[in-house]
Design a protein. Structure first.
Length: 140
């Protein structure tokens, strides 16, 4: 019954019994069913790469609830951004502004063109920008 509630509203995990909230199998099932369950998960699960990866697969922006350590994980952040481009804002600043930034921007721009507004603070002046309903092409 509890998993059904979490599937509808991820943060319903906070209403599960204390034993269930500490059960790794249960929590993994919850975040797999609804990534937003990560918001209500105990910190030990927000620091578990497997749990966070499950949560971010369908809801990249739940990266917001991952531990600082995982927000600095290049692979995890790249996967979250591929799922939902706006997840880039929750990446560790060192990654957001670091050497892999260009690769992430390309992934994000393919997913959500309006993310260009957020990224414009980090990008140099473009030669031209082409928008379509499904991607934005940013050319220098």
């Amino acid at each position: 019954m509890c998993l059904l509630a979490v599937r509808q509203y991820g943060r319903a995990l906070k209403f599960a019994s204390a034993d269930l909230q500490r059960d790794p199998s249960f929590v993994k099932g919850c975040v797999a069913a609804n990534g937003w369950a990560l918001a209500a998960a105990k910190s030990e699960f927000q620091n578990d790469p497997q749990v966070v990866m499950l949560a971010c697969t369908g809801h990249g922006s739940v990266l917001k609830f991952a531990s600082e350590k995982l927000k600095a994980s290049r692979d995890l952040v790249l996967m979250a951004v591929a799922s939902q481009g706006s997840a880039l804002q929750y990446a560790a600043p060192s990654l957001r502004n670091g050497m892999y930034e260009g690769r992430w921007k390309c992934v994000a721009l393919k997913r959500i063109p309006r993310l260009l507004l957020f990224l414009s603070h980090f990008l140099p002046q473009p030669s031209f920008v082409i928008f379509s309903p499904h991607f934005a092409l940013y050319c220098q």
